[in-house]
Ligand binder design. Structure first.
Ligand code: AMP
Ligand code: GLY
Length: 433
């Protein structure tokens, strides 16, 4: 099969790495890709949102399957364009992608289908937002309706922070039209976990659980980012929790979208928070999470290519997807300044040494080749991932490998998985006593 992967981050590197292991793969292309992806795929210089050009390329090169990594082309309707031209693509239609593209749509959909989520109001200006914030009390959660690269959520703790948030959304209009309408919702407390599935329109096959770390700083301090690290399994679910997420969230979403005449085909991601009152959905994504995709691809004990190919054009043949018992962890190395303006153009050293460690893969995010030298070219630069028999081992391996990589201004969280390990090992200690 000839396959095209669309995107250029760590998630797409991990996808290409996984697909490249398939015995059914002929040629693998990635548009636009990055210098790390070039070791497993031919790079195509077309941006992820140039839908017409991507469709022309897929038609000209007789691509059998296109897999889309990021949300933007999906919300712009890449799946619709490919479908119109008879080209196979694994990803949701523009209508189905609204589950991620519009928080208002997602919240109303959840309400209609009885899917547990935070209480909310939709507001159009500072006046309405103030009233809603009063109703919920501080801290309160404000979310831009449209896409904001994981940065459109703010959680003011007092009136001063609330009015700063209004400046950002309504005066400065930092998120443009994406922030013209807001969801204001109650603040929930609990552990977060990610559950993803592949969906063929009617049926879903769950992936293993994972957990990502969204704040820039240790102990979940500082602003939200796209994600600073992840591991699989999530390690925070009690027995039966995963099944509950499948029954109470995935199943009604897939059935509800089909019932609306917008069957969902693609990767579906539910961001869940485990509150004392039960699980609640924080968000849906219509794609794999990044960085969660990296540990998931490393653990997947399954040839992903035929799964996606069958899901793109019809029904899955498989009944379930298998994952290795081993754990996997991912540490994101970011550039100084991220999630604001990252410092670009710094030369990077040490990837080969890091990757030579047992069980380690280094997936590229924002890197670039400048006159033969690898340099930083984005906020999240590299994803250092490792598998090991247990979570502690995977985190240790990933952290040791992360230390081998150097550039000026390299930053990363030093506490990925720490609290989860303490909880798991504390519980094991109690049980053995
Ligand atoms: P979202 O893009 O909706 O997932 O929000 C990004 C992050 O903001 C989540 O991963 C949470 O850490 C936080 N968040 C979102 N909604 C809430 C909420 N209702 N209560 C507490 N934290 C939230
Ligand atoms: N890591 C969270 C996301 O991809 O949205």
């Amino acid at each position: 099969m000839r396959v095209l992967v669309v995107g250029s981050g760590g998630r797409e590197h991990a996808l290409c790495w996984k697909l490249a292991q398939s015995p059914e793969l002929g040629d693998l292309f990635c548009a636009p890709g990055n210098p790390g992806i070039e070791s497993v795929a031919d790079l195509v210089p077309i941006a992820a949102d140039e839908i017409q050009k991507l469709a022309d390329f897929a038609a000209d090169l007789k691509i059998d399957l296109t897999v889309v990594g990021p949300e933007l082309p999906l919300t712009l309707g890449i799946a619709d364009e490919f479908a119109n031209r008879g080209l196979a693509l694994f990803g949701p239609s523009r209508e189905a992608a609204r589950l991620e593209g519009s928080k208002v749509f997602a919240k109303r959909f959840m309400k209609e289908h009885g899917i547990p989520t935070a209480e909310f109001e939709v507001v159009l200006d500072a006046d309405q937002a103030s009233k809603a914030a009063k109703r919920f009390g501080f801290p309160v959660v404000l979310k831009a309706d449209g896409l904001a690269a994981g940065k459109g959520v703010v959680i003011p703790r007092n009136d001063e922070e609330l009015s700063e948030a209004f400046d950002v959304f309504f005066s400065e209009r930092r998120f443009g039209d994406a922030g013209a309408r807001l969801v204001v919702e109650e603040f929930l407390e609990g552990e977060e976990v990610s559950l993803m599935a592949v969906v063929d329109g009617q049926r879903f096959l769950p992936l293993a659980t994972s957990k990502d770390y969204k704040r820039i700083g240790d102990d979940d301090q500082g602003p939200n980012t796209g994600g600073m690290g992840a591991h699989s399994p999530a390690g925070v679910l009690a027995r039966g929790d995963a099944k509950k997420i499948l029954d109470d969230v995935m199943q009604p979403v897939v059935a509800g979208m089909a019932a609306h005449g917008n069957p969902f085909r693609g990767f579906l991601y539910a961001g869940i928070i485990l509150t004392p009152d039960g699980l609640r959905v924080l968000e849906f994504n219509v794609r794999l999470g990044d960085p969660e995709a990296q540990p998931l691809m490393m653990r997947m004990d399954e040839d992903l290519l035929p799964v996606l190919a069958s899901g793109a054009t019809g029904r899955f043949e498989k009944q379930r997807l298998d994952f290795q018992k081993a754990a996997a962890a991912c540490i994101v190395l970011a550039a100084q300044g991220y999630p604001g303006s990252p410092v670009l153009g710094e030369p990077i050293e040490g990837i080969a040494t890091a990757s030579s460690r047992e069980g380690v893969e280094v997936f590229h995010g924002g890197t670039r080749l400048e006159e033969g030298r690898l340099t930083t070219a984005g906020g999240r630069v590299l994803n250092v991932c490792a598998t090991a028999p247990d979570l502690r081992g995977a985190l240790q391996q990933a952290y040791q490998a992360a230390e081998e990589i150097r550039w000026s201004g390299k930053t990363f969280r030093s506490d990925i998985g720490r609290r989860v390990l303490m909880a798991i090992e504390g519980a094991a200690g109690e049980a053995s006593r």
